[in-house]
Ligand binder design. Structure first.
Ligand SMILES: [Zn+2]
Length: 498
């Protein structure tokens, strides 16, 4: 396997090999009626949470060795819990290729002969190979784009407020504003046949440039089956000050743009705890989370590590706790645990696993996904996929609601499951590819908070008692799904709004 060298370099080869040893499972008799909630303890959850959200994992970003090290940590804990490896070739791992397309360091930009500093004054928004050399046509409004012939021209304009604006108070507002503005203006200009596009930040966008620019510097993350963005027209984003240079009479732009295109491994961690029923143990209740987060960025208040304690160390450690509980008291059906990689880069690990499951796809009875389960008021939680058009299995939803009623008693906030909710939260985690693949699926969460996707998402800010209770809710739901004689079914009229 071509990843072996890389793993050896990281000191992971031993883990990979030791993970190949399959643990034997004593066949117990019938599953007793009740889930063993007391097997899920706050101390275990806290210990694991602080370990995985530690700075030493450097934010677990997909496309870096940090994600791979975090995945190995998860696999080691799964092995210690006595879970069986259920990835590829008798290991805990399912590797898949991330296709990375990035802007090469050899890229050169100049305005009227003066070099622009890449990633400081100017950002290439889509990596591609292209060359531009010509006078700049400066436009002030979108109306200007239809007044003159722009074919083959290099067009520059200020960033204009997008229509509609992102909803007030929406998470990551400034980033959404800037990205929406870039998308709208570059689409409008492309249809006019321009050769190159330069968008100069306005006062609203300028403060978000570091954050947005980090994304562009990082480039694209794709699965091999996903197409590259279709357009070959370069789009540059520049600071307000550069905008002033571009407006000057006779301004000229030269750009030598080069892209790197390569593959880098990412991985899902997959483990299994067998059920007790002689027939139903071949079927799986899939518990889902993601081990990756956002890595390292420009410091915020002196901290440059996005630890992703809530997002999603909380659920990574919840799955370990559920695994230990399942080993102590197995359910009738088997439990399958998938810690997905590259969720933050576009649900890539779950898309891959839903297409290439390591167990028979038909054996997956339901997917119980969790993302961010340790913040906000102690009694509040949400179950996404519980109301149409997001609900794909009423039977499954009923089991989750009943488990909450019987054991955990959270006050559920359904508003985030509304198709009109501006955040579109249902579409932002790993249950989605499974729901689209026709598998009953739910999303357990305690919702967004101001520390979401900032370096302040730290273990010390997690309500561990609440996380433990959420873990018990996922577990009790999975237990119920595992115990019924008949599988939960998909609602015949299930159709997502997008
Ligand atoms: Zn997440």
């Amino acid at each position: 396997m071509r990843f072996t060298t890389l793993l050896a370099g990281l000191g992971l080869a031993t883990t990979l090999l030791s993970a190949c040893t399959r643990s034997s499972t004593p066949a117990t008799s019938r599953a007793p009626g009740e889930p063993l909630l007391s097997a899920i303890q706050e101390d275990d959850v806290r210990r694991d949470l602080f370990a995985l959200a530690d700075d030493k994992f450097r934010g677990r970003r997909a496309g870096t060795a940090d994600e791979l090290r975090a995945a190995v940590w998860v696999a080691e804990r799964a092995r210690e819990a006595g879970l069986e490896p259920a990835g590829d070739e008798g290991t805990y791992f399912q590797f898949y290729p991330l296709r990375r397309v990035t802007v090469a360091a050899s890229t050169r930009l100049t305005v009227s002969g003066k070099p622009l500093s890449l990633w400081k004054d100017a950002w290439v928004t889509t990596p591609l190979n292209a060359r531009l050399d010509g006078p700049v046509v400066w436009l002030n409004s979108l109306a200007d784009t239809v007044r003159r012939d722009l074919r083959g021209k290099i067009v520059a304009m200020p960033l204009l407020p997008p229509t509609p604006l992102p909803a007030p108070k929406m998470s990551l507002w400034a980033m959404r504003y800037t990205l929406a503005a870039i998308a709208q203006q570059s689409t409008a200009l492309r249809t006019r046949g321009v050769a190159g596009i330069v968008l100069a930040a306005n006062a609203t966008a300028e403060p978000s440039l570091e954050f947005v620019g980090h994304r562009y510097q990082d480039g694209l993350y794709l699965l091999p089956s996903m197409p590259l963005p279709a357009s070959a027209v370069p789009v540059l984003l520049v600071r307000q000050a550069v905008g002033a240079q571009l407006q000057a009479r006779g301004a000229r732009l030269q750009a030598e743009l080069t892209a790197n295109d390569y593959e880098y491994p990412s991985m899902n961690v997959v483990a299994r705890a067998p059920g007790t029923d002689p027939t139903r143990r071949t079927e799986h209740v899939l518990f889902s989370g993601h081990h990756d987060h956002d890595g390292i960025g420009s410091p915020v208040a002196g901290d440059s590590i996005w630890n992703g304690a809530d997002d999603n160390a909380t659920v990574s450690v919840a799955l370990l706790a559920i695994g230990r509980a399942w080993k102590q008291r197995p359910g009738a059906r088997s439990a399958l645990f998938v810690w997905h990689g590259a969720e933050e880069r576009g649900l890539l690990g779950s898309r891959w696993y839903a297409e290439h499951p390591t167990v028979a796809k038909s054996s997956i009875v339901a997917v119980l996904n969790g993302d961010m389960m340790g913040r906000n008021a102690p009694d509040s939680a949400a179950l996404l996929g519980s109301t149409p058009p997001h609900r794909n299995s009423k039977a499954l939803v009923d089991m989750a609601l009943k488990a909450n009623e019987n054991f955990t008693k959270f006050a559920l906030d359904n508003s985030w499951d509304d198709a009109k909710h501006p955040e579109g939260w249902y579409f932002r985690s790993d249950h989605l590819p499974y729901a689209r693949a026709g598998i009953p699926a739910l999303f357990f969460t305690t919702l967004l908070h101001p520390d979401y996707h900032t370096p302040r998402d730290e273990a010390s800010r997690i309500d561990v008692a609440k996380l433990t209770r959420m873990t018990r809710w996922m577990y009790a739901t999975g237990w119920a799904v595992s115990a019924t004689p008949e599988r939960v079914t998909v609602d015949p009229d299930f159709k997502l709004e997008r």
